[in-house]
Design a protein around this ligand. Structure first.
Ligand code: ADP
Length: 311
């Protein structure tokens, strides 16, 4: 059974911008799925269409086997969404917001109260139960949105860029809890451009770029395809303004640091020699562990090196 079935969905916004170009995606029940792509790729548009906040221009979407156009309420009842932007009314209390949501989904008051306390404790904001939203920090608001998305115990939880602006501590708390939900059978879908997140958490992954799905596979398979390696090279002195490394993509991170991307088969030695010949004295080399990012560059052929002197 599929948790989410997206078939040939396109989206053209009112101003004529084509944000999604005939995308299809199948996400199985119980999956931990990442939709990965740079800013503006179409991730939020996709999530908006799944949750019916954005009207699709064409195509079909089903949630747990129910077509959103045929039975919107039923399809929506399977879904909990944590949006990217904070959308909480600031004068309401945490309790009011979450119980309202429970009411909207027809959860009985007693069950809603039990779940509310459970979720607030899990998310470590139980002491804010009666606080107005305006009194909460950004991280606390994010937790409230997670609790709100879960109050009707949905089968599918979607998190749109969940760690944007979230500190490390909250990130850990969030992921532990979400992992627990996933272990309990909930389908988890997250969008991210924080690539390590996708790599660490997700089983299956789709990469979206310019409104098109350019990859859809398991994280394991994807990483196997990786044939690029990224290094950070530090120079003792300021780097020459006109630096060239033959046949190698690189970018200046700052006055004394560059980032290079090389084929896995090639050796970093050639680059060291090349830099040496241009008078660069290297003070350190680190392998950048973000393999997925390197893969992304490889996949999209669109890199971040425009500003830094791609050769
Ligand atoms: P992502 O979530 O991957 O950052 P979005 O889905 O938010 O990307 O946006 C995809 C593209 O659609 C972007 O180029 C964005 O500017 C455009 N877009 C988003 N919303 C609108 C809108 N309401 N009207 C016109 N263009 C939009």
């Amino acid at each position: 059974m599929l948790a989410i079935d997206i078939k040939n969905v396109s989206k053209t916004y009112a101003d004529g911008f084509v944000a999604l170009k005939d995308i299809s995606l199948e996400i199985k029940k119980g999956d931990f799925f990442a939709l990965l792509g740079p800013n503006g790729a179409g991730k939020s548009t996709t999530i908006g269409i799944i949750s019916s906040l954005v009207n699709k221009s064409s195509g079909n979407v089903s949630i747990c086997g129910v077509d959103v156009d045929e039975d919107f309420n039923k399809a929506k009842s399977y879904l909990g969404v944590v949006p990217q932007e904070v959308n909480l009314s600031i004068f309401e209390t945490v309790e009011q917001i979450i119980l309202n949501q429970a009411g909207y989904y027809g959860v009985s008051r007693s069950l809603a109260n039990t779940r509310l306390d459970f979720l607030l404790k899990k998310l470590d904001i139980y002491d804010k139960k009666h606080a107005q939203i305006r009194m909460l920090s950004g991280g606390m608001k994010r937790r409230v949105m997670i609790a709100r998305a879960l109050i009707h115990n949905p089968q599918v939880l979607i998190l749109d860029e969940p760690t944007a602006g979230v500190d490390v501590e909250l990130r850990h708390l969030m992921w532990n809890f979400i992992q627990e939900l996933h272990d309990g059978g909930m389908t988890i879908i997250l969008t991210t451009h924080y690539l390590e997140e996708a790599e660490q958490l997700a089983k299956n992954i789709a990469i979206i770029n310019n409104g098109e799905i350019i990859e859809n596979t398991t994280v394991k398979e994807l990483l196997k395809q990786l044939d690029k390696e990224m290094y950070i090279i530090d120079s003792k002195e300021f780097l020459p303004t006109k630096l060239h490394i033959k046949g190698v993509e690189f970018s200046k991170v700052d006055e004394t640091t560059i980032e290079v991307v090389i084929d896995k088969q090639s050796s970093i030695n050639a680059i060291i020699k090349e830099l040496d010949s241009q008078g660069v004295e290297i003070s350190g080399i680190r392998n950048k562990q973000n393999r997925l990012e390197a893969l992304f560059i490889q996949k999209t052929k669109k890199d971040n090196f425009d500003k830094g002197g791609k050769n």
